[in-house]
Design a binder for this molecule. Structure first.
Ligand code: M6R
Length: 618
């Protein structure tokens, strides 16, 4: 969490840093700050609130906008409440060093006590202010330069960090380092300018060349001279690998939509095509996926597949469980990465672990991967962000190719993750002979129809908006589904909770009678997924049970359904497809519904309270 930006070069740093912070706001948005160095003075502006609040301040104080060097930060609070003082950047006690930090220094308290005993005083409650003073203390006691001091200080800390540090006495230099939190360095014109950011979006219009630091690396960036990358623990110089960015500016802008979430919902037809393009080849009757093909024996000889993920990605993993078991007949366990990593799980060399993550930076998922690797399992990543930590940490993988997802509520990431999992399941089913060639071929043909069907579903947006208007003031909602659509019920509930703050729960429809049914009365909207082949009769009985207790029923049904239409208060029709592929369709109206309710309630759809897009802390 938290986003950091920086610039050193010949342009005005202010617009680069402030606009960069706006693009990184998805990472955290409870306070923001900026430091501009004008060649003489380090000007600091910071405030509780969003980057727009920071802009109000910097607009009043024009002077603070001058300078060719600047660093900025947008915060998701960990240590210390969101207030002006705890906002970054943080100065060292002497006022010579300044830092922005994304991550957590776990042993900050011990270091702080030691520094206090040496006469340091602290203004904030943050671990970051401790780190900048530790660097200052090391610099003083060792008599070394900034880069070395940062390196030595970092060997004393336990935790995660991506940092950018500036020293007034070395005004042509920025030092950055990472462990567990991402950092990208944009390499500008003939080495005359450099950009630093948590991801490449802040500098995409200036350069297509970027270096992604690896964990445990530190870079000394010198204006006009270039970059030196070293290992923090052994001082070894590392060859910095400059990559060409594929990202475009258009991809990270709203493109006429009111919110990123809405844009991303509408991007799903294209995102799904991008996910299967070049992989699904119906004419040849095959699915090609390099990451799976190259490691096919691992998959075919696996005793079981363990899927690890968090949040929406975990829900996609649950759909994966149904897919793998149903099609390929391989036993699957789906685990919350946060639980898996700490419960001493039984993992063997015959397990295949699939880690799913949109951002590729989720700390718990990353830790689960490291644990699985240490036990000898083969680990396969399903990530959206190219070059992310999870993409690099796994043995092999498949990108979802959904394009940047900026709205905090995951939408296209979910459907593209399900698309990748469907492809893998189908591929393994074919190899294992658990699906006939005819059935396999039928799936490929059906999958090809999905993008158009999603497009068709998006046209009922108005109808969903009308339903949203009826239920926007509900205090609680239930979401029910069975089989492949049980995870969709969970996902629907999560979408509503996270952006509208309405309490919602997802359940397998049949579980209702074991408790949740007690909640049902005339004030309880119940969203039920009742697709034609998904244990239809059983779900219809569940709907009757809700009806007889006066619950309000909003049902998602297959087009042409008449039975549920007669019982439900509202029905939303989805086009007909294979039951295993219905999650790709049933999820769309639920995304739209949450979106409209949140907008009607005046909530901040793209930046819901207390959340951040990538959760790089435990
Ligand atoms: O980047 P990841 O897919 O690893 O993120 C996992 C969760 O933090 C994420 O899905 C979260 O639950 C979303 N806010 C849900 O919309």
């Amino acid at each position: 969490m938290c986003g950091i930006t920086g610039y050193i070069g010949y342009r005005d740093a202010y617009p680069i840093v402030i606009n960069g912070l706006k693009r990184l706001e998805y990472r955290g948005y409870d306070s923001a700050g900026i430091m501009m160095y004008d060649g003489d003075v380090m000007h600091l502006s910071k405030t509780k609130g969003k980057v727009s609040d920071l802009e109000v301040i910097t607009n009043k104080e024009e002077i603070r906008k001058e300078g060719r060097i600047g660093i900025g930060h947008t915060r998701w609070a960990t240590h210390g409440v969101p207030n002006d003082t705890n906002s970054h950047p943080h100065f060292s006690q002497s006022g010579n060093l300044v830092i922005v930090h994304n991550g957590i220094i776990e042993n900050y308290d011990t270091i702080k006590k030691e520094l206090i005993s040496r006469g340091y005083e602290f203004q904030s409650d943050t671990d970051t202010e401790v780190l900048v003073n530790l660097i200052e203390e090391v610099k003083k006691t060792e008599g070394c330069k900034l880069g070395k001091a940062v390196q030595l200080a970092l060997t004393q800390v336990i935790g995660a960090y991506a940092i950018a540090v500036f020293d007034k006495s070395k005004p042509n230099e920025l030092v950055v380092a990472r462990l567990g939190s991402p950092i990208a360095i944009g390499v500008g014109n003939e080495n005359k300018e450099f950009f630093v950011a948590s991801d490449a979006s802040p500098f995409i219009e200036y350069t297509k060349n970027a270096i992604y630091l690896e964990d445990g690396e530190l870079a000394i960036i010198k204006k006009d001279k270039g970059i030196k990358v070293r290992k923090i623990d052994n001082d070894k110089l590392v060859d910095a690998n400059i990559q060409e960015l594929q990202l475009s500016l258009e991809q990270i802008e709203k493109g006429g939509y009111d919110h990123f979430m809405l844009k991303e919902i509408y991007e799903q037809p294209k995102a799904i095509i991008d996910t299967y393009r070049g992989r699904m080849l119906p004419d040849e009757g095959i699915i090609k996926m390099a990451g799976v093909d190259d490691n096919i024996s691992k998959f075919l000889n696996a005793d079981r597949i363990i899927i690890v993920a968090c949040g929406t990605s975990w829900h996609a993993g649950l759909v994966g469980e149904y897919l793998f078991e149903d099609m390929a007949r391989i036993p699957v366990e789906v685990e919350y990465a946060s639980e898996f990593r700490y419960r001493n799980p039984i993992i063997t060399e015959k397990d295949v672990v699939i880690a799913i993550s949109q951002s590729g930076e989720t700390a718990d998922t990353l830790a689960a991967i490291k644990l699985a690797k240490s036990k000898g399992a083969f680990v396969f990543g399903v990530c959206n962000v190219v070059g992310s930590s999870i993409a690099r940490e796994t043995h092999a993988g498949a990108y979802t190719h959904a394009g940047p997802e900026i709205g905090v509520a995951s939408t296209k990431a979910f459907t593209t993750q399900i698309t990748v999992l469907s492809l893998i399941a189908l591929k393994l089913a074919k190899k294992r002979g658990t699906l006939s060639q005819t059935a396999f071929q039928q799936y490929l043909q059906t999958m090809q129809l999905i993008p158009n069907q999603v497009e068709q579903l998006l046209k009922i947006d108005k109808q969903v908006e009308e339903i949203a208007a009826v239920y926007k003031d509900a205090k609680n909602c239930l979401y029910l589904g069975r089989g492949f659509n049980f995870p969709v019920a969970l996902e629907g509930a999560l979408k509503l909770k996270e952006i509208s703050y309405i309490h919602a729960e997802g359940y397998p429809a049949a579980e209702m009678k074991h408790g949740p049914i007690a909640l049902i009365d005339e004030n309880m909207p119940v969203f039920v997924i009742a697709t034609k082949r998904g244990h239809y009769e059983k779900v219809v009985s569940n709907i009757q049970e809700i009806k007889s207790r006066s619950g309000k029923i909003i049902a998602i049904v297959t087009e042409g359904d008449e039975t549920v239409k007669e019982i439900a208060d509202h029905t939303i029709e989805i086009p007909e497809t294979e039951e295993a592929l219905t999650p790709l369709l049933t999820t769309i109206p639920l995304q739209l519904l949450s979106y409209h309710i949140a907008v009607m309630l005046g909530k901040n759809v793209d930046q819901p309270r207390n959340l951040a897009k990538s959760v790089t802390v435990e």
